[in-house]
Write a protein that binds this ligand. Sequence first.
Ligand code: PRT
Ligand code: ZN
Length: 286
Amino acid sequence: MQEILKIAIQKSGRLYDDSVQLLRECGIDLRNVKDRLRTVSENFPIEVFFLRDDDIPEYVEDGVADVGIVGQNVLLEKGRSIREVEALGFGKCRLSLAVPKSFDYQNLQSLQGKRIATSYPKILGTYLKKNAIEASIHEISGSVEIAPGIGLADAAADLVSSGGTLFMNGLKEVEVILDSQAVLVAGNTIGNEKQDILNKLLFRIRSVRKAKKSKYVLMNVPNGQLQDVLQLLPGMRSPTVLPLAETGWSSVHSVLDEDEFWIRIEQLKAAGAEGILVVPIEKLIL
Ligand code: PRT
Ligand code: ZN
């Protein structure tokens, strides 16, 4: 019987949509995902379990699931003996310390002897210890941001993305404890056959993510300027150059990285490229 890789993802919540979308972009057929506890793909040897994110590290450690998708914040807080295999680039947020706006915050020393509310006692405890701050940690499971306002704590350590929640609760962000994003995690012992499936999945994930960061560009260049333009293009091996119907002109095709995209486009225009066409790439197999 062929092995199946069991993957645990969040049942509902902030990581659900991106997790399902990532698997689908990897060409994995997932039907009937709505309100299911588990589903088996028909075109890839994978079974998906839908769980609360807090439970995923434990299930992966116990081998109930082979791999999982969770935030680094959850991975670190749970402290299970599992490993991070790949950062996935979504679910980005930070675990930050926040204090009431009226709090005269100078530096971490300002928290000496204070009460800090959080749902991340372990990460916070390690951070305070590392910085030699003695503060009492009040673990609460939700709505951490209201704790200072109702006198339950002097400060809060909570996840932040836009900062809107802190602002609405009269808090200011003063320190970032951890930058987090969703990651693929795996158990420490995984059989050879499952490791093969995991490698295939990883290859697809990397191709999808690389493609998202890259754009295919086509442009027309007068032959006289061709050398200047080609120098600006990385290409994967080298740019493709094709003659245009109009003599003296060429069509140049290349792949540009998102990070340097606009700078390159400006340079290409300045070097004589015209009619620049930019096309998204669906997959990029290197
Ligand atoms: O039901 P289950 O236990 O599975 O879900 P959950 O309620 O525990 O988690 P969920 O769905 O809220 O978040 C899942 C994961 O998403 C987290 O573990 C993080 O890794 C990641 N993530 C990314 C976030 C945020 N951004 C985020 N902004 N998790 C929570 N928040 C909350 C934060 O706690 C605060 O209440 O959003 C609020 C702040 O948002 P801003 O935009 O106002 O700053
Ligand atoms: Zn949770």
